[in-house]
Design a protein around this ligand. Structure first.
Ligand code: TRP
Length: 372
């Protein structure tokens, strides 16, 4: 059951207008205006493997913040999926779930509009995975390019691959279908999983009866942000700028960032391609005239790396400041985090229970004459 917390008052600065609006959040679910009846459903989420970085923001979080106004959004913290390649650090999962939740709230995912839940706490997902696992063949999953890449990255050979690792795209189909989501905003690497989901849905609906919608992937349009070394940004490569990085950490990282290796003096003409500093400015400097001006000067050798990096640091810090303020406000309210998760788990469980009943009925496995 939800318990009521009174007098939560945190400041909520809207990302869109930057204005401070006193956000109530006094028992926040009083306000839950989840008039969700007509809205299309979205499900997406993250694995709790650590704090989120600016690449996550640009690639998916910013998009989610926008989508939540228009759709009924479910955000999953996929803890089962962590087990596929982090089985020896299960003790970290709980802390990482908290980090993800704080990052989500900090960037403006809104528990009054959207539903946040933990995968393993909605048991119907595991049950649905069981049914779905009969509908896909092993070679189909073995051909999944993302599964192959991840096996390589985790240095897992075919022989040592766990049954759960191979099966995680099927469990992801169950994540999506437990709430019968219509849309799944994801990065390109997740497309093979959405394809499995669609195939499972088509087969299920054909074999039994049309219970599930065929979900569509929603691809973000912003190109992937590189890490400070120009490689793919990731925690394991140690090249990420995290949403919770302190101003000093941001300064230090940007001063080390990769720019244009062909340039020795500030007066040499600079290149923008592959230049991390300009990739970040493209993403975070909203004044496009100023951006164009810096680019022009950089290409002509009229501005040095240190000057442009200092400007980037200012831009990033002013982007991060309100996010970190909100993060701190939520971090100071553990009772609220618990309530947000418990509410989300409760709502998702209800939806998933209804889904499972439909699936069992379609399969004639509701056993109505035997069981009440
Ligand atoms: N596999 C996704 C990732 O690694 C996380 C995830 C789990 C997910 N279940 C999902 C994404 C359902 C979209 C829909 O980022």
């Amino acid at each position: 059951m939800l318990c009521l917390y009174n007098n939560y008052s945190i400041f909520y600065r809207s990302l869109q207008d930057g204005k401070l609006t006193a956000a109530l959040v006094m028992p926040y679910h009083f306000n839950m205006k989840k008039s969700t009846d007509k809205k299309k459903r979205i499900l997406t989420g993250d694995r709790p493997t650590g704090a989120l970085h600016i690449g996550h923001y640009v690639g998916s979080l910013a998009n989610r913040v926008k989508l939540q106004n228009e759709y009924d959004c479910f955000f999953i913290i996929a803890d089962y999926q962590v087990l596929t390649d982090h089985l020896s650090d299960t003790a970290q999962i709980e802390g990482n779930i908290r980090e993800i939740l704080l990052d989500w709230l900090a960037v403006g995912l809104d528990p009054e509009q959207s539903t946040f839940f933990i995968q393993s706490r909605v048991p119907q997902i595991a049950e649905l995975t069981m049914y779905f696992s009969m509908i896909v063949s092993v070679p189909e999953v073995q051909r999944n390019p993302t599964v192959k890449d991840e096996m390589k990255a985790a240095k897992i050979g075919k022989k040592e691959m766990s049954y759960g690792f191979l099966g995680y795209p099927i469990s992801q189909a169950a994540d999506i279908m437990c709430v019968r989501a219509d849309l799944v905003p994801v990065g390109e690497d997740q497309l093979p999983h959405i394809e499995h989901t669609r195939e499972i849905v088509r087969r299920f609906n054909r074999l039994f009866s049309p219970v599930f919608p065929e979900p569509k992937a929603l691809l973000g349009s912003f190109p992937r942000l590189p890490g400070i070394d120009g490689q793919k940004m990731s925690k394991s490569r140690n090249n990420a700028i995290f949403l919770k990085d302190s101003p000093d950490e941001v300064r230090k990282k940007i001063m080390q960032a990769y720019t244009d290796p062909t340039r020795i003096h500030a007066t040499d003409p600079g290149h923008l391609e592959g230049n991390v500093v300009f990739a970040y400015l493209d993403a975070f400097l909203s004044d496009k005239d100023e951006l164009a001006d810096w680019k022009k000067k950089y290409k002509k050798g009229q501005v040095g790396d240190v000057v442009i990096k200092k400007r980037l640091i200012e831009v990033l810090l002013s982007f991060l400041e309100p996010i970190q303020e909100r993060r701190a406000a939520f971090a100071a309210k553990p009772g609220m985090l618990r309530e947000i998760l418990e509410y989300g788990i409760e709502r998702t469980t209800k939806e998933a229970q209804a889904t499972l009943e439909l699936a069992r009925e379609a399969m004639r496995m509701d056993y109505r004459s035997l069981l009440s």
